[in-house]
Design a protein around this ligand. Structure first.
Ligand code: PLP
Length: 355
């Protein structure tokens, strides 16, 4: 007789993270960069891979990469920790500060993986709503945090999928009221004017999480990092597996930092395209567009069915992300900013789809 062991009861209704993929010409559904990394970087990386000592474990402390990241963000190296994508950083934060008997606060609608990773680590999810324009209301947030006393508070700024940047006074209000750790996920921070990075301090329970998956055109490399007090870094090192960051990832990250100017230029051009797309969407009848500080834009179809419009776009070879079945995001679609040609293809297809 074969027996099938059951996973933890609290995982019974957790599904795998899903984002439908289709092989179409214009893929604007996962907020990656539309540009491959610079050719010169790829050539340097190919050369550098040859000198990695593959029979040896990687540098456990990722010394050189951390030093480069510290320089990138203008922070002491003791405040930097890196992992396999920012999702792993978040998982490690929740392993260290969440877990059984502990809780994490999220402001919905937000990045679906925050609640998902919390649940997988056995952390109770305490969710509360953003206001009607998808902003975190500071008064409401303060009351919620005081009443619920979460061990971890997760903010996402710019927020995925709505695009809004949390203003400094909201971050400060959350920091003042949250009894535990505050993590600000800035996966799209490069595309925004404001960042919580400069609030990081050795004595403040704030950690800012960043990634190479978006602005840096390196989603396939799986590299993320965070900046926080050295004692948070020490706690993350306790829960990370030994040698968790592959030597190949460390090399790729270190070399990428040499192409910072190119990355900044790409971010600027994506921001320009974003503003063009937002303006163009504003002129499309039957569509409401939300302001964005990220490399994507959320829109709401008015007077038609959001999912049907998503299907119409797909039929025209344009894949965007359908949020129409997510609470409070009825009829909402999220489109990643692509190249000028991709954005034009999307705008044309959308006009036809809602027209
Ligand atoms: C894309 C995204 C990430 C990136 O995750 P990685 O593991 O670094 O690829 C993190 N947070 C948010 C909110 C995102 O949208």
């Amino acid at each position: 007789m074969s027996i099938r062991p059951r996973p933890r009861d609290d995982l019974l209704d957790v599904g795998p993270y899903e984002s439908p993929q289709f092989d179409v010409a214009v893929r604007l559904n996962t907020n990656e960069s539309p540009y491959p990394p610079p050719e010169a970087f790829v050539a340097r990386l190919a050369g550098a891979v040859g000198s990695v000592e593959l029979n040896r474990y990687p540098d456990r402390r990722a010394t050189e990469l951390r030093a480069g990241l510290a320089e990138l963000v203008g922070q002491p190296v003791e405040r930097v920790f890196c992992a396999n994508g920012s999702n792993e950083v978040l998982q490690l934060l929740l392993l260290a500060y969440g877990g059984a008997g502990r809780s994490a606060a999220v402001f919905e609608p937000t990045y679906l993986l925050h609640a998902q990773i919390a649940r997988i680590t056995g952390t109770l999810v305490l969710s509360t709503d953003r206001d009607s324009s998808f902003r975190v209301d500071p008064g409401h947030a303060v009351r919620f945090l005081r009443d619920e006393a979460p061990d971890v508070t997760l903010l996402c700024s710019p927020n995925n999928p709505t695009g809004m940047v949390e203003p400094r006074d909201v971050v400060n209000a959350v920091l003042a009221a949250a009894p535990g750790l505050v993590a600000v996920d800035e996966a799209y921070g490069e595309f925004a004017a404001d960042s919580a990075l400069e609030l990081v301090d050795d004595h403040r329970p704030l950690v800012v999480v960043r990634t190479f998956s978006k602005a840096w055109s390196l989603a396939a490399v799986r590299l993320g990092f965070c900046v926080g007090p050295p004692w948070v870094v020490a706690d993350l090192e306790k829960v990370a597996l030994p040698y968790h960051l592959p030597a190949l990832t460390q090399v790729a990250g270190r070399l990428a930092l040499d192409w910072r100017a190119e990355t900044d230029a790409r971010v600027e051009s994506i921001v320009r395209e974003r503003e063009r797309v937002v303006a163009a969407l504003g002129a499309v009848a039957g569509v409401d567009v939300f302001p964005s500080g990220a490399n994507f834009v959320l829109l709401r179809v008015v007077g038609a069915d959001g999912h049907a419009v998503w299907e119409e776009l797909l039929r025209r070879g344009v894949l965007v992300r359908d949020f129409s079945d997510v609470p409070r995001l009825d009829n909402c679609l999220r489109v990643t900013i692509g190249t000028t040609e991709e954005n034009d293809a999307f705008l044309l297809a959308l006009k036809e789809a809602v027209g």
